[in-house]
Design a protein around this ligand. Structure first.
Ligand code: WTA
Length: 659
């Protein structure tokens, strides 16, 4: 590990919170925030106990708050029992929320379907009864491979209702990725759809599941339940395959929720790390839900009258915390969108905000940057051409938002009225960690500002000592918090090594480099490990490398990120083939073949933007690939570093040429 992280961002503008928000927000003014921070600091257990008692419905109350006996495998509320689905749905029965719209589903073609809280509870219960009737029980694992849909929320909630642990696989991932996750998690059930419809195109899903199961090693899978979305042709295995509409036939819409231990795994979500194998991040039930809900209330200032729209797919953690769980627990009306921001044109998001009168909008910097470009080219799709006056808060997540994109978002979408809430968090943290609060925090474009109450974030050096303000270092969380990752499924050793390295005094290591300015504001500077951030999606360089070397033609591969104006980072691969160095058209053809191969192995998001061929890769005398140099080459910059430690310095010239 190294602390040679230098901050390059200099941004001096400060935007105070809007007056009306300071007055009305759930956390009001800097004093309100400080009071919560002080409460948490004085007695963390009492703080977490109060929040859990006031905000969750418990079947069996807890008597202990934090069990540290086997740290870093922390447990929160260890002897308490509850059910997540009951806390998202049943709790609204008998309140005005029960007849409010829970989900507004807008299909790719613009068709809108609305479901109230009461109706959603009935649909979740009915599907849960169907799962029960098929013999699925608490503790089993279900892989969910569904498009953005009401059914995706129903499937996840139904699993939660029965204590079945779900593992959602993003619909853009390949059969190989489904296979890997199905095997690793030991799934007995897969829930999918015939196809998904995005941007006017129909993309098969069920066939990818079939292909995954045909790869072998998935004998534990007893059933595949398929939701008919597109009416596409599908292959059918009579023993294994069931239609969603058939299994719910005749099932009651009443299904008592199963009380589970607070730490019962709610879900396992795979995410990229520094090795070729994605990590199965295991989350708890009570702690996860508590923080999803608290952050809805604090970060988004959610009120039951809000129309909330998080544009993330349920395949990512953001779609767990801020689509399926947090918003329902908070009782807001929320948008679920099947399509893409650029179809039928790049005004789609703004049109939907206008039509559904969205009040809280949460999206990713990559979407903002691409829509900025589109609206500069065509005034018709510019946010100023729409009535966005319903908005009161606009949020960002997934990667650092550059100050230009921040200011554009603030001016054009928020109309200089809505605070830009730049939320820093990770799959592993379950919910927001460092973020402005709309009625509290003066904003600085590019900074995720200050930690939430109870979150003990710091920047440290490689010995765990806090660094001076203005100096770069490792972002750590010094105390456990309820929604933290519990373990890596099936690999507790990797969990300990990755997140709680010994030299860091038992702190949680986030894997991001960051610095704090003189006001204590956090500025995230990017990953310190071999993880790329492409369009807000995490990709391990090793994952892409493993996929490349799995191809017959490839002898060796090294993958690095290159800064990109729209996607944040772009994947650049350096490849050594098992044959002569390809030239001209030949090189282009091989590059295309390899790019398609990576899309098939992992998914289209992992496709290298560029592939460069060489007879070798730059290596140290001990054989370590010098990725640092490859990053410079990928940017097309001249090498100014000392290359004398290289075994083969000449190779850099060859790799610098675009073939
Ligand atoms: C990056 C997504 C800067 C960061 C919720 C983190 C951010 C990784 C921000 C987690 C932000 C996320 N500012 N960087 N507001 N939000 N990141 O697990 O590098 O998909 O470690 O979770 O994205 O990505 P993940």
């Amino acid at each position: 590990m190294t602390t040679e992280i230098e901050s390059i961002l200099v941004e001096n503008r400060v935007f105070p919170p809007p007056e009306d928000l300071v007055k009305q927000a759930n956390v009001s003014g800097m004093e309100g925030y400080q009071a919560l921070c002080d409460e948490a600091r004085r007695d963390p257990d009492a703080f977490w106990a109060r929040l859990a008692n006031e905000n969750l419905v418990w079947t069996k109350p807890f008597t202990q708050v934090l069990d540290e006996s086997s740290k870093p495998f922390y447990k929160f509320y260890p002897d308490g029992q509850m059910n997540v689905s009951a806390n998202c749905l049943d709790k609204h029965l008998g309140t005005p929320t029960e007849n409010r719209t829970a989900l507004i589903f807008e299909a790719d073609d613009g068709k809108v379907t609305k479901v109230t809280y009461k109706e959603l509870l009935a649909r979740v219960s009915q599907f849960a009864n169907a799962l029960k009737a098929q013999g699925f029980k608490t503790g089993e694992r279900a892989v969910i491979y569904l498009p953005m849909s009401i059914e995706a929320v129903v499937a996840m909630q139904a699993c939660a209702r029965l204590g079945i642990i779900h593992s959602v696989v993003f619909g853009g991932f390949s059969a190989k990725s489904i296979h890997e996750r199905t095997v690793d998690v030991g799934a007995t059930l897969i829930i999918t759809a015939d196809a998904q419809i995005r941007g006017g195109k129909t993309i098969a899903l069920k066939s990818a599941v079939d292909e995954a199961l045909a790869m072998g090693g998935c004998d534990a899978v007893r059933k595949v339940i398929t939701y008919k979305r597109a009416g596409s042709d599908v292959q059918w295995d009579a023993k294994r395959d069931l239609w969603w509409h058939d299994v719910i036939q005749g099932q009651s819409t009443d299904c008592p929720p199963v009380a589970v231990d607070a730490d019962h795994p709610l879900f396992i979500l795979y995410t990229s790390g520094s090795t070729g194998k994605p990590k199965g991040v295991q989350h708890s039930s009570a702690g996860f839900l508590l923080w999803s809900l608290m952050t809805m209330k604090w970060t988004f200032d959610a009120k039951p009258t809000d129309v909330f729209w998080c544009t993330a797919d349920v395949g990512w953690v953001t779609g767990h915390s801020y689509v399926t769980y947090g918003p329902l627990a908070a009782g807001v009306t929320q948008i679920v969108f099947e399509g893409v921001p650029t179809y039928p044109d790049a005004g789609r998001f703004w049109k939907m905000i206008q039509e559904h009168k969205v009040t809280i909008f949460y999206t990713a910097p990559t979407a903002i940057r691409s829509l900025t470009k589109a609206s500069e080219a065509d005034a018709k799709v510019h946010p100023k051409s729409f009535d966005l006056s319903s908005l009161r808060i606009i949020g960002s997540v997934g990667e650092p938002i550059n100050p230009e994109a921040w200011v554009w978002y603030y001016n054009n979408v928020g109309n200089q009225r809505c605070p830009v809430i730049d939320t820093w968090w990770q799959t592993e943290t379950g919910a927001h960690m460092i973020t402005p609060l709309p009625g509290v925090t003066p904003l600085k474009p590019g900074s995720c500002t200050l930690p939430l109450p109870g979150i003990d974030a710091a920047i440290v050096d490689e010995t765990g000592e806090e660094v001076e303000r203005g100096k770069g270092g490792f972002l750590v969380i010094r105390r456990p918090w309820p929604s933290m990752i519990r373990t890596i499924w099936g690999d507790p050793e990797r969990f300990k090594k990755t997140y709680f390295p010994e030299e860091l005094k038992g702190y949680y290591l986030a894997g991001d480099g960051a610095q704090r300015d003189k006001d204590g504001y956090f500025w995230i500077m990017g990953r310190i490990d071999d993880v790329l951030n492409v369009s807000g999606h995490r990709l391990g360089t090793m994952e892409v490398e493993s996929a490349l070397v799995a191809h017959d033609m490839v002898a060796e591969a090294a993958v690095v990120g290159r800064p990109d104006d729209t996607t944040g980072e772009a994947v650049v691969a350096f490849v050594v083939l098992n044959g002569p160095l390809p030239q001209g058209d030949d090189a282009a053809a091989v590059a295309k073949q390899l790019r398609d191969w990576v899309a098939k192995e992992i998914g289209p998001i992992a496709k290298p933007r560029e592939i460069r061929f060489g007879e070798n890769l730059p290596k140290t005398r001990s054989g370590k690939i010098m990725r640092r140099l490859l990053r410079v080459v990928a940017k097309g910059e001249p090498i100014t570093q000392d290359v004398s430690t290289l075994e083969n310095p000449g190779i850099l010239d060859q790799l610098s040429q675009v073939r």
